[in-house]
Design a protein around this ligand. Sequence first.
Ligand SMILES: Cc1ncc(COP(=O)(O)O)c(C=O)c1O
Length: 462
Amino acid sequence: MSHSANSNSAQVRYADREKLARLYDIEVQRFVAAHPESAKAHAVAAGPMMNGVPMSWMAKWPGPHPVYVATAKGSRFTDVDGIEYVDFCLGDTGSMVGHSPDASVAAIAKQLAQGITFMLPTADATVAAATLAERFGLPKWQFTLTATDANRHIIRYARHVTGRRKILVHDFCYHGTVDETFANLDDAGNTVSRENNIGAPFDVAETTIVVPFNDLAAAEAAFATGEVAAALIEPAMTNIGIVLPEPGYLEGLRELATKYGVVLIHDETHTLSEGVGGMTARRALSPDAVVLGKTIGAGIPAGAFGMSQELTDRVLGNVHLEHIDVGGVGGTLAGNALSMAAVRATLTEVLTADAFVAMEALCDIFTADVQGILDKYNAPWQVSQLGCRAEYSFRPTAPLNGREAADADDFELQQFLHLHAINRGILMTPFHNMALMSPAHTLADVKRHTEHFEEAVAALFG
Ligand SMILES: Cc1ncc(COP(=O)(O)O)c(C=O)c1O
């Protein structure tokens, strides 16, 4: 189910900043008192690791340090202080199937004992590819270790077969650490480097054209330059809050891509939340390529891209076997036996159509509860839903594009809400206000969030 109507009405910034700072301080004190073991673990970790974390953005949690995980199973994890959390972050989709689902663990354990990587194919890959082909309606699949790599590779193929250089992306998109995608629109409508693009390797205006989401005229103008090899899009934006497509937008992009010979790529890494075949199948769309990653191997590194027969034929006609190992598409561990065993079991035994029905039904309740609380306290925020994924944003109506969504961002407000949640045994996705349901989530899990959310909203607006 997709919730809420689109409009471009402006955000209302939470006004009482003193109260917000006061409320946040209370939560920080509560967090510090409850997490002595995480604090110790963090202090030790600061020795050998920058910011005390194995990857930089793990430092971007509210409070003085992240919580350190001891164990996890299903919808929950326990930290090193013995506190149990309902996990709505789920590794930012890496664990959308729930932590360590039994069927995936069994297949992974079996393969671990039978050989991990060979640079030779295993039968699991065939089953995984056939499953994806059936679900997404694209006949040919390749596997990588991450969604980022899948995006990089399909972009290369698109450039190679079209002989064009540029990639079209949406303003405020995120597709992993793909250089071409770190681009924004400036106020004059020019494509410029995204703020804080670390060590930008080139001027993105040379490789990229940015357009607003839901703007077919802008897409057509970009395609009409004749320079665009591929449009790399999320069919609904999910990394700047949820931005849903207006009726006809995705179909219109398909028509334009065909008209101008542009390879249309749906990055469904997150929008897979709409069902086994993502938005592509659910909305009967027909991109030239689809990208997946994160959760398809239950968190064991795996990405994938699927291609239409036509695109596959064009690639095969332009890439020669003799040079295939040094062409810029690949990865020694890509398609390894362990990943493929994980993907096969996860797709066929965990991420089933029935599982999606249950996940979405729970998310309907999550979304309705959040909306009910916003209405009760007259909070000028909204909540959007995309299958088993929901997100609230600090503006009264659903955003129409990435800029509108970005303008509603409020870092301090988010920090308070996320820390308030952590202190009540709930983990939300960092960087925004997103919640995911796994097949293991229960009504009790959702209601725990509802309780925290009402308490937090009442404190802010009551
Ligand atoms: C839509 C989308 N595509 C690709 C990626 C990259 O995934 P990974 O970091 O696992 O390569 C992300 C990561 O958040 C994403 O949101």
